[in-house]
Design a protein around this ligand. Structure first.
Ligand code: COA
Length: 162
């Protein structure tokens, strides 16, 4: 069984992430979306559990996709799903350097672990969770950026954050 792990902080999941998940789900038998901690991001909008809930709302129709959380190292987490590969999306050349470094670090920690890269669809190359949060603060239309099931959750959370 070919399992892919799609890791990220997903604060929140966007249409760009969903595009990678849907495409990976056509290639791999199982895709495990793993909501993780990025230690550079100190003040997330949503808790890990809230992010898991939002992703479940979005991927509920995809039978071979499931969602988990893990707050340790990705390379250690991947051992739970061996043999598995990491899937990441590349939006631009600027993503390549950091993703290449992360792939090498992960394989250093776990020599069985490979990383597959999918090129992001061009309509999402500008997209990031931070862009969505910034636009939400100004009450912008998020319908092209977020899966429709979670637009209200993001707007409400942003309003409550003030
Ligand atoms: N479409 C839209 N947006 C995308 C995207 C896509 N296809 N791919 C990435 N992005 C966005 C993300 O939303 C994120 O936006 P943000 O910075 O505004 O939040 C940004 O691009 C960066 O994405 P990524 O590089 O995947 O970072 P991340 O924070 O989402 O995920 C982890 C990073 C969690 C996978 C990484 O920190 C990790 O592995 N943590 C676990 C601990 C560990 O093992 N560390 C490594 C060893 S030192």
């Amino acid at each position: 069984m070919k399992t892919a792990i799609y890791p990220g902080s997903f604060d929140p999941i966007t249409k760009g992430h969903l595009n990678i998940i849907e495409r990976a789900a056509k290639i791999f038998d199982v895709v495990v979306v793993c909501v993780m901690v990025n230690s550079d991001k100190k003040n997330p909008l949503f808790s890990l559990e809230e992010r898991l809930h939002l992703i479940n709302k979005v991927v509920g129709e995809l039978p071979n996709v499931r969602v988990e959380t893990f707050s340790g190292l990705l390379a250690e987490y991947a051992k739970r799903h061996e043999p598995a590969v990491i899937v990441k999306g590349l939006r631009a050349v600027s993503d390549f350097e950091s993703e290449f470094q992360m792939a090498l670090i992960n394989r250093k920690i776990n020599p069985n672990l490979d990383t597959f890269f999918l090129t992001a669809s061009e309509q999402y190359t500008y997209l990031s969770s931070s862009v969505v949060k910034e636009l939400a603060r100004y009450g912008a239309d998020l319908s092209g950026l977020l899966p429709e099931q979670i637009v209200d959750d993001v707007l409400e959370k942003t309003r409550n954050r003030g």
